[in-house]
Write a protein that binds this ligand. Structure first.
Ligand SMILES: *Cc1c(COP(=O)(O)O)cnc(C)c1O
Length: 432
């Protein structure tokens, strides 16, 4: 391990949290395929279990390969610690379950990834955790839906399919004096948005998307900003401020204090991950470490190509509307300028004239762009949400999520721009 810390993302991605293997001098991070770790002696074991020191016990809860990934993503986001998980779905679930029990609620943006929306609406309701969905266009909607049992606010930085940037600072500022943290999903905008700079307390990612970048692995991560004063709000945040029967009666904010401002993330690791078990494979952590190394370069290319495709579509006679922060106007433009820097990423949507049938023809005539339920891959991807990712939603839910019958979502990759536009152009010509 190296003690040197860096602030530039390009350097963090290659050097943070790892210098070389102490026994073999290996420069790249080894894949530690081990389930368990030998304790030095019984005192050492007891101390690890009592959180007297942090160390390896069992790979469901921690692993040295995963630890390097976690260290790097925490450093890239400017947070204090991170928790790698089996999927983005596990990350959103644990991020909320870490604060809520039955009878509690959260207020969430209605503009969410379809999988997150389903998770919040049904499994959470089965657990007795209510999710109150509000339109994020007016931040005041979060305040209006809040009561004494509201434990968190939740939003997506750049939600697909609407691609309207979430009002981060506005909503964070409503919650902070009440003891309510803003948790955001930054899957669509890694590095180009830095949510902790705008008052956000916790970030989650689906690492499956841009972080991996190569479309090889499913994974998720929660990053703790270390910037939220949980202890100041004992009534609002009982899970962190009252004795936890699930961990020998510890009060997390007190017990963890000597280790740094990591009560939230350490609780998630040592209770939710331990008990529910959605662990990230060390092999996948290795893949995500490879992905992080080039993330800053890829985001620049995705953003450059994304902007050019949006401008091309905007001027195409068969295209009704284009949703992309880089060509937005009004409040959406203001928010894009305030919260994104260095580009707007590769995700966008457009509405094709001719609705459902034209949409299907466009998709079926693509030759290079893949037709897949994924985003953030280095390859360009396209999908028709109304018939796939959002097919479980009824008409009203569809329209509040910003999806219509002719809506096509694109995840623009890092191929040469001429080839991307040529493929879209020929598929549009055949959709008439
Ligand atoms: C894909 C995705 C998720 C879920 O992540 P998985 O890794 O597929 O479980 C959550 N949020 C957003 C914005 C996503 O795109």
């Amino acid at each position: 391990m190296t003690n040197k810390t860096y602030t530039n993302p390009a350097t963090i991605a290659l050097h943070s949290g790892w210098r070389k293997d102490e026994t073999t001098n290996s420069v790249t991070v080894p894949i530690h395929m081990t389930s368990s770790y030998q304790f030095d002696d019984t005192d050492h074991a007891a101390n690890l279990f009592a959180l007297g020191e942090l160390g390896n016990i069992y790979s469901r809860i921690m692993n040295p390969t995963n630890a390097v990934f976690e260290d790097r993503i925490a450093a890239l986001e400017g947070g204090v610690a991170a928790l790698g998980l089996a999927s983005g779905q596990a990350a959103s679930a644990y991020a909320i379950q870490n604060l809520c029990t039955r009878g509690d609620n959260i207020v969430a943006s209605s503009q969410l990834y379809g999988g997150t929306y389903n998770q919040f609406k049904n499994p959470f309701s089965d657990m007795g955790i209510e999710v109150r969905f509000v339109d994020p266009k007016d931040p005041q909607n979060f305040a209006n839906a809040t009561d004494d049992k509201t434990r968190a606010y939740y939003g997506e930085v750049l939600p697909n399919p609407s691609f309207q940037v979430f009002p981060l600072r506005e909503v964070a500022d409503i919650g902070r004096p009440l003891g309510i943290p803003l948790i955001v999903d930054n899957t669509a905008a890694p590095l180009i948005c830095r949510p902790f700079d705008h008052g956000v307390a916790v970030i989650i990612h689906s690492a499956t998307k841009y972080i991996g970048g190569h479309g090889t692995s499913i994974g998720g991560v929660i990053v703790d900003g270390g910037n939220f004063d949980w202890e100041a709000f004992p009534d609002r945040q009982p899970k962190l401020n009252t004795p936890d029967p699930n961990y020998d009666g510890v009060v997390w904010t007190e017990a963890v204090k000597p280790l740094g401002p990591i009560a939230y993330i350490l609780k998630a690791r040592t209770t939710l991950l331990r008990d529910m078990g959605a662990a990230m494979s060390p092999f996948n952590a290795f893949m995500f470490i490879q992905g992080l190394e080039t993330l800053h370069l890829r985001m620049k290319e995705h953003s450059k190509n994304g902007q050019l495709v949006a401008e091309y579509l905007e001027n195409h006679p068969l295209v009704e509307t284009v949703a992309y922060p880089g060509i937005s106007s009004g409040i959406n433009k203001e928010r894009a300028e305030k919260y994104l820097s260095g580009g707007c990423g590769g995700l966008q949507g457009f509405e094709i004239k001719g609705g459902l049938e034209a949409g299907k023809k466009f998709i079926n005539n693509l030759e290079m762009l893949y037709h897949v339920a994924n985003i953030g891959d280095s390859r360009s991807l396209a999908i028709h949400p109304a018939s796939t990712t959002h097919s479980q939603l009824n008409d009203e839910e569809l329209s509040s999520a910003g999806v219509s019958a002719g809506y096509i979502r694109l995840s623009i990759g890092i191929e040469h721009i001429d080839d991307i536009i040529a493929d879209i152009d020929q598929a549009l010509a055949k959709a008439e």
